[in-house]
Ligand binder design. Structure first.
Ligand code: HEC
Length: 121
């Protein structure tokens, strides 16, 4: 391999590294990774189902306007009955705040129907 090829390979590897290092997940992505599985709308989400039983006006987290950051932080760090706690190494305080800000401003996803609706031909 000639010198130019080696040099450009090294430069390319450097670029890949810098690109992946710069990608820290934002609030939306951390919500998707850590909360959506239990808290998105629709059946099959235990968080949403239990909060429905507790008669929260908006059972999915997204779309709620009554949550306070301190309360959400407490629940995420300590867990709540059926909900597992998250360690600071899993989500640090700043990431919890980013998730909170995402929840407060995001539009709720449309719940997927349990049985897909067939359109008339
Ligand atoms: C394994 C499922 C699960 C995951 C993952 C999960 N939760 Fe929960 N969460 C629940 C359940 C279930 C409840 C209802 C508490 C109960 O009665 O058990 C709940 C309750 C809550 C509440 C209390 C809401 C209220 O009205 O009192 C908040 C806030 C909350 N979760 C935030 C989060 C956030 C933020 C994440 C992601 C970082 C998350 N949860 C991840 C299952 C989960």
């Amino acid at each position: 391999m000639n010198r130019m090829a080696v040099l450009s390979l090294v430069a390319l590897l450097g670029a890949c590294n810098a690109a992946s290092g710069a990608e820290t997940p934002d609030g939306a992505e951390n919500y998707e990774r850590n909360c959506a599985g239990c808290h998105n709308p629709g059946p099959g989400h235990p968080g949403t189902m239990l909060l429905e039983q507790l008669e929260r006006p908006v059972p999915p987290l997204i779309g709620r306007q009554d949550l306070e950051l301190d309360y959400m932080h407490l629940v995420v760090r300590n867990g709540l009955i059926e909900m597992p706690p998250f360690r600071p190494t899993e989500l640090d305080d700043a990431q919890i705040k980013d998730i909170y800000e995402y929840i407060m401003k995001a539009k709720p996803p449309v719940p997927a129907p349990a049985i897909p609706v067939k359109k008339a031909p």
